[in-house]
Design a protein around this ligand. Structure first.
Ligand code: MF3
Ligand code: CO
Length: 249
């Protein structure tokens, strides 16, 4: 497995790709409201990305038909935006978005509340977000890749939540998905040694119930097997010899 190291010039481009995506996410998050269709979110997201002079990297990726993945409630990831899928008060909605800036990819996801949500749903969103920050404490030169996985698992497991195993984080750069794969659950091996200059998309997907998921017949949508809620939080980060730099915040 070859993990690519980014040069100073590439890191500058990754920073800009990340900064621009963080703006897209801010505006998408601010637009969420009951009554909105998931297709409207996708259309807004694509416009925001293109207005920045960038290209949506999810569109047509392996045939994916939209620019933003919009996953509601028990949908884990890769929900396909639809005109007739209307958000309602109390839902949670995960938005996964990415873009290409001058040949460099960024990738980030957030789960948002639609209006007022239950305390249980709020906690799931917050624990999922925090698990990312627990994980990336280990994302520094000298640590190993699976220190990140183990830290996420240790934190999430305290809450009794299920950690999705079928989908993982990934390296990112001139491609959306590069080596290495980054599991969010505990690993026996140490994984590759982390070095300054690696760019990674760390993305815990956490279920309120069991870890098991199903893949729907639309070819994309991943749902929890037990129907429980699921949350997603992802940023593109840069490994350094100190604190990691979060490029999409
Ligand atoms: N953000 C997703 C990931 O991290 C990419 C979605 S794949 C797509 O792998 F095809 F839906 F775009
Ligand atoms: Co990703």
């Amino acid at each position: 497995m070859a993990v690519s190291m980014k040069s100073a010039r590439e890191i500058e481009l990754m920073r800009e790709a990340g900064r621009l995506l963080s703006r897209v996410h801010e505006q998408l998050g601010a637009a969420i409201r009951p009554g909105m269709s998931t297709l409207e979110i996708d259309q807004l997201g694509e416009k925001l990305i293109r207005d920045l002079g960038c290209v949506p990297n999810f569109l047509h990726y392996s045939g994916y038909p939209a620019s933003i993945c919009v996953s509601v409630n028990d949908e884990v990831v890769h929900g396909i935006p639809r005109k007739d899928r209307i958000l309602k008060e109390g839902d949670i909605v995960s938005l996964d978005a990415g873009l290409i800036y001058k040949g460099y990819h960024s990738d980030a996801a957030r789960t948002h509340a639609v209006g007022r949500i239950s305390p249980e749903a709020q906690q799931l969103i917050e624990v999922t977000r925090q698990s990312f920050f627990e994980g990336i404490k280990m994302a520094r030169e000298g640590c190993h890749l699976h220190d990140i996985s183990n830290a996420i698992d240790a934190y999430v497991s305290r809450f009794g939540y299920g950690i999705v195993r079928d989908l993982v984080g990934h390296g990112i750069g001139t491609s959306l998905h590069e080596d290495p794969q980054i599991p969010n659950f505990a690993q026996k091996r140490k994984g590759v040694r982390l070095q300054a200059g690696m760019t990674l998309a760390v993305e815990p997907m956490i279920n309120a119930g069991g870890w098991e998921v199903d893949f729907l017949n639309d070819g994309w949508t991943v749902v929890t097997r037990d129907g429980s809620l699921s949350a997603h939080y992802e940023n593109t980060i840069l490994v350094t010899d100190g604190e990691p730099e979060i490029l999409t915040l």
